[in-house]
Design a protein around this ligand. Structure first.
Ligand SMILES: *[C@@H]1O[C@H](CO)[C@@H](O)[C@H](O)[C@H]1NC(C)=O
Ligand SMILES: *[C@@H]1O[C@H](CO)[C@@H](O)[C@H](O)[C@H]1NC(C)=O
Ligand SMILES: *[C@@H]1O[C@H](CO)[C@@H](O)[C@H](O)[C@H]1NC(C)=O
Length: 442
């Protein structure tokens, strides 16, 4: 029977087990929570035509304008911090002495000057390069110049380096990405290090060595570039759900999986779909890098990007990435353990996603216990988009939500102190323990 329009009652059988993971990670003191900021690529691409399109070309002016708006429109106040240049900022040739040179017409004052501007506004400055002979768009790559380029970035007071992987051999990345990280470190300037190492290896059929990646990068791309469509966003959601056993354990303070930019406010996503991206990026502990024209974004999309409650989930200090815990008939439930923690019980952010296309909201009803929330003292539950607080619910309370087609409902369940356990039930909380779910029926 097709259950279109029928209330679906979920029975999620959840077994919780604990796995200890002690990872050796890059310790440059940076990205203790997922980086937040603005990145040019998805929206502005490699538009170098400043003659005919001066407002939208990759140029000094574009980055100064976005810097101003990140501050004046309230994005900085909610945590967006990095202003990141992507590809197409370079001259096609290095200088006579082998240095990278920003395009002289489009960046007439140089990048030190632009970086000073960004810093003067209280923000941080990021740049793009590529571990290959060329960047993806055909500008000079860093191969053969690793030390020189790391030093150049430090001279320009760069705070964040995204290193892409076009025009390079994926097998050489196991050596090359750590080598460039070494040179970044040797400059003495702390710079967030964003790697495209795993995604290129996966493309070439290799299994990335995530323990090495975690040790050398602050964040890394696992999957395709995001494009301006719901289909692209869905493919990313599926990738992170289907491969979560390999991906999730690698996330933590200082080291994050990067499902790519937020495309909220552009052309391809509806309002509901935009809410879905923001909610799931928070569950995934993803970097929040907006790629949108902040001059013309509509207020309802700006409100999604500035939703403080969802940003707080994304930035939760425990740094555990969430998981897809249920998937059936187009309904998915994703959950992420967050603070506060009481005894051995976590709080949770829980996102209900409707991947169905029948044009009516789907009802989902589930008890907290079915989601793996067993704390006898209960949980204070609130909706993070709608101004609804359900109050303190016990594990046996059934919560019912209506989820719009291609939309989301995201709740936060804060653990409440309750009766102390009997001595034999007490487990001391270990910050390295990650709850994992094995629901039936996935
Ligand atoms: C980069 O260029 C050098 C010199 O031309 C060449 O030997 C090397 O194979 C190239 N590397 C890649 C990954 O294409
Ligand atoms: C360089 O690496 C050392 C050892 O991991 C670390 O303590 C230091 O903070 C790093 N410095 C920079 C600038 O990244
Ligand atoms: C993965 O990297 C780690 C740390 O760099 C290393 O010790 C290990 O041998 C590597 N594993 C494989 C399969 O290459």
């Amino acid at each position: 029977m097709d259950c279109r329009g029928v209330n679906r009652v979920l029975c999620v059988v959840v077994t919780v087990f604990v796995c200890s993971s002690v990872v050796e990670a890059l310790e440059n003191g940076l990205a203790r929570t997922p980086p937040m900021g603005w990145l040019s690529w998805e929206r502005f691409r490699c538009n170098t035509d400043c003659k005919n399109d001066p407002d939208n070309c990759i140029s000094d002016r574009l980055f100064r304008t976005m810097t101003d708006l990140v501050v004046s429109e309230g994005y900085a106040a909610v945590g967006y911090e990095y202003i990141n240049i992507d590809d197409c900022w370079l001259e096609k040739e290095r200088s006579y002495s082998g240095q990278l040179v920003p395009d002289k017409l489009r960046f007439p004052y140089g990048l030190h000057d632009l970086s000073d501007y960004v810093h003067a506004k209280g923000l941080k400055f990021g740049i793009y390069e590529d571990y290959g002979n060329y960047t993806c768009a055909g500008y000079p790559g860093i191969l053969g110049y690793l030390k020189t380029d790391a030093e150049t970035f430090a001279t320009w007071n760069v705070d964040y380096v995204k290193l892409d992987g076009c025009y390079s051999h994926p097998r050489e990345m196991d050596r090359g990405y750590p080598e460039f990280g070494f040179h970044l470190n040797q400059t003495g300037r702390p710079m967030v290090y964003s790697c495209s190492w795993p995604v290129y290896q996966i493309y070439s059929g290799m299994s990335p060595n995530y323990s090495s990646i975690v040790e050398h990068c602050n964040l890394w791309r696992n999957f395709d570039d995001i494009q301006d469509s719901w289909a692209s966003l869905e493919s990313i959601i599926d990738y992170y759900g289907n491969n979560q056993d390999i991906i999730v354990p690698n996330a933590g303070p200082g080291h994050w999986n990067d499902p790519d930019m937020l495309i909220i406010g552009n052309f391809g996503l509806s309002y509901e779909q935009s809410k879905t991206q923001m909610a799931l990026w928070a569950i995934l502990a993803a970097p929040l890098l907006m790629s949108v024209d902040l001059r013309s974004i509509r207020p309802e999309y700006k409100a999604i990007l500035q939703n403080k409650k969802i940003i707080a989930v994304d930035q939760d200090p425990l740094g555990y990435q969430g998981r897809r815990i249920y998937k059936h008939n187009g309904i998915e439930i994703w959950a992420r353990p967050i603070t506060p923690v009481y005894q051995n019980f976590f709080s949770y952010a829980v996102a209900f996603v409707n991947r169905r296309t029948d044009g009516t909201p789907s009802d989902v009803a589930v008890t907290l216990k079915e989601l793996g929330l067993f704390n006898p003292g209960g949980y204070n539950v609130e909706d993070l988009y709608e101004d609804v607080n359900y109050g303190v619910l016990t594990p046996l309370t059934k919560i019912k939500v209506k989820v719009n087609p291609s939309g989301v409902v995201i709740l936060r369940a804060d653990v409440q102190p309750g009766r102390p356990f009997a001595a034999d039930q007490q487990t001391r909380y270990d910050p390295y323990q990650v709850f994992q779910y094995r629901p039936a029926g996935i």
